[in-house]
Design a protein around this ligand. Sequence first.
Ligand code: GLC
Length: 475
Amino acid sequence: MKKNSFFVFLLFTFCFISAQNNYVAPTDTLVQQKLNQWHDYKFGLFMHWGTYSQWGVVESWSICPEDEGWTQRRGPYASNYFEYKKAYENLQTTFNPQNFHPENWVEAAKNAGMKYVVFTTKHHDGFCMFDTKQTDYKITSSKTPFSSNARSNVAKEIFNAFRKENFLIGAYFSKPDWHNENYWWPYFPPKDRNVNYDPKKYPEKWSAFKQFTYNQIEELMSDYGKMDILWLDGGWVRPLSTVDRNVEWQKGIVFDQDIDMGKISRMARNHQPGLIVVDRSVGGEFENYQTPEQQVPDKPLSFPWETCMTMGNSWSYVPHDHYKSAHDLIHLLIKIVSRGGNFLLNIGPGPDGDWDTAAYARLKDVGAWMKINSEGIYNSKPVAPYSSNNIFFTQSKSGKEVYAFYLSDKNEVVLPAEIRIGNIFITKKARIILLGSSKNLKWQIVNNELVISIPSSLQNRSAGNYAAVFKITQY
Ligand code: GLC
């Protein structure tokens, strides 16, 4: 009782909102354990990389015949769809990322405090960044110059390099495949992102596609070492019965595109016990966590979730992309974690096989902040009221420690002499410190607000401090 009565927050119970109410919690205890581990890790690296990086265009989408802002074609072939697609697919013959040294990425990501990685083994365009035996539209094909490099099976190299540093390993895999003749059958022109024939009418074609998908996923799950997450994108490949007509992009799904996730998951978990399966946006038992994209839910959700977001403006490499500041990245991480989510932050490697120097610089700054403050991030849980003005909360698993993250304004380098936290009650016995210092801070309760005094010696923060973290411990 003593323990529990220590912090009494006004809104003690979680006030959950449900973005999708079709979450089904896994019953497999190994999957539950892996999900808990993943959840404790909080911060991961996402990478979108393919032949498209040579043109510096959006990943895959420029070959999708939909009239959307992000599908616009540019360059000399733009005016003719078929010529464009041919030139795009011909990028395979010039892809030669000579500066590919995944160890540099591991070092930068590890220093930044990231603990898992998700890599695009195959995006919608169908180009395989792994040595599949199902197609020669792949980086290890003799058509691709990089195939002669000893490290040409880049997915394997990336997974091995990150695994060495104990990252959890995730394979992004697109279910739709715009290169495969059994998905976009060349007999018909493609109309949109979906399969371009009726699978019910041509069942042998669809079953060939299902087999191809199954085989590719089996390769990834059996030849690439220990895998932790199978992150499946392209949510329009789904049983017709699961389509939500209220969601704009799902309105165009007219055919049943059931890929047999039950069979795929059983096979994948046979090879990889405890594997987390993320059948994005489909819901149900094969979506072990949900993935809000480029956004942060404004409240905790009642199921495990991960915000995936770009560090630049694009998932793919774009020369001179604008990268978010370390200030913004740290604030995003804090907001996400205070609401119980994970942060999967994307960097797109360039055609030479390396990141933009800005990406390294941002991760370095994030890492400097994490070195001092990550104890309030890892293994934490949300705690009501989650936030109060510019202060966000997390708590340790036991609830003994509460962390209050004071988010500084962009140019604020000096902390105020006093910080007031509303909606928080505290018993008489508590120790409050600012992470990075062991000095006990003076505090009092004034009009239901916790008022923490900050001595001038601790007020001066160097410009890199972005957010000050107060650790409040019962004793
Ligand atoms: C968006 C993009 C897709 C990308 C995905 C990552 O849906 O359209 O290309 O892979 O985000 O979450």
